[in-house]
Design a binder for this molecule. Structure first.
Ligand code: GLY
Length: 355
């Protein structure tokens, strides 16, 4: 079976992405991939009870390591507990780590794979929309620190990403919809016709029609793969993938990761970035309005809950996108084109936060 997409990286490395429907229930693909080495699957209770069987087909010799469900488990403590178990089970350098779950499982398991015995093989099987279109692709792995999100991590590519869009049909509404924030992001940063398609097809996407699901996942993965291939370690261009994330991460941190899902915070962040771009005369009112409208059309939030402005500014100063003391934003110029800039008027930033 051929991968749907191949992410070509420096030094001949690749990350192969399979996108299809029914992979997790049908043993066929997993069996053709069958691994002869020992597998340590990392998942949580809920996902393992639904899809854990795929691991049986993937590897005869495996252990399942379960972590808690929720952003609070993307921590150094959980990381350390997983490492304890790998050592207890006597996993060695031939181990393949399989991340079966959403963004928390994928980011944490990825960081485990990057660091266990200086790095072992990694396969991502993302089971939420957000993980399928963003976090499982491109090799960013991390855990959070109380000082900020994703502050401890590594770039570490999965050799394979196995995406089954069928799992999206059984996600709770809120979890499905939060992933759409990242899908919309790809339209804004890269592809005006994809954005237009998303504007015109809210009904079929929200009804989770299989063809629409496969299309939005594939197009999002294609765009992400193209951007990552051009700048794997985010020296510059990859930063466009952070559209909406500078505001979003600060809002998440200031609401203590409790009030909003990541995609909801990104959605608010995209609207705030558009507001700032408008105040900076970078984009016109119609562009900013289209971004607000599409977010609303998909039932995503466009306003932050009340958070102190000073604390948001302090939180943004901790952002990984701060370089040499300068805060940088990804701001839209038009649908499909964004700029990465540290040149903005502080008064405009404060006005965006106030509004
Ligand atoms: N989620 C942004 C990136 O992978 O670069």
């Amino acid at each position: 079976m051929k991968p749907t997409l191949t992410l070509d990286l420096a030094d001949g490395r690749t990350s192969e992405i399979y996108i299809g429907s029914g992979y997790l229930q049908s043993p066929e693909l997993a069996s053709t991939m069958a691994l002869t080495t020992r597998v340590a699957a990392i998942s949580n209770d809920r996902v393992a009870s639904l899809y854990g069987e795929v691991i049986d087909h993937l590897a005869a010799d495996h252990e399942m390591i379960l972590i808690g469900d929720g952003e609070q488990y993307k921590s150094i403590q959980t990381y350390s507990e997983v490492i304890d178990q790998l050592i207890e089970f006597r996993f060695n350098r031939d181990t393949v780590i399989v991340a079966l779950g959403g963004g928390v499982v994928g980011d944490l398991a990825g960081f485990v794979a990057a660091t266990y015995q200086r790095g072992v093989r990694l396969i991502q099987i993302p089971t939420t929309l957000l993980a399928q279109v963003d976090s499982a692709i491109g090799g960013k792995t991390a855990v959070n620190h109380k000082g900020g999100k994703n502050l401890i991590g590594a770039f570490y590519q999965p050799e394979t990403v196995l995406i089954d869009t069928n799992v999206l049909t059984s996600l709770p509404d809120e979890i499905f919809v939060e992933g759409l924030a990242e899908v919309i992001k790809y339209g804004v940063i890269y592809d005006p016709s994809f954005f237009e398609w998303l504007e015109d097809n809210t009904h079929s996407v929200l009804a989770r029609e299989p063809d629409s699901l496969e299309f939005i996942v594939r197009r999002s993965c294609e765009i992400k793969a193209e951007v990552v291939a051009s700048d794997e370690r985010e020296r510059n261009r990859r930063a466009i993938l952070n559209f909406g994330h500078t505001f979003g991460h600060a809002i998440e941190a200031e609401t203590r990761y409790g009030e909003l899902l990541h995609g909801q915070a990104v959605s608010i962040g995209m609207v705030m970035a558009s507001d700032l771009a408008l105040r900076e005369n970078l984009c016109d009112a119609r562009t900013a309005q289209r971004i607000r409208n599409i977010v609303n059309a998909y039932g995503l939030p466009d306003k932050a809950p009340h958070v102190d402005k000073g604390r948001l500014l302090a939180s943004m100063a901790m952002d990984k996108k701060v370089i040499q003391g300068e805060l940088r934003f990804v701001l839209p110029k038009s649908i499909g084109t964004v700029v990465l800039t540290s040149e903005f008027d502080q008064k405009n930033l404060e006005a965006t936060l106030d509004s």
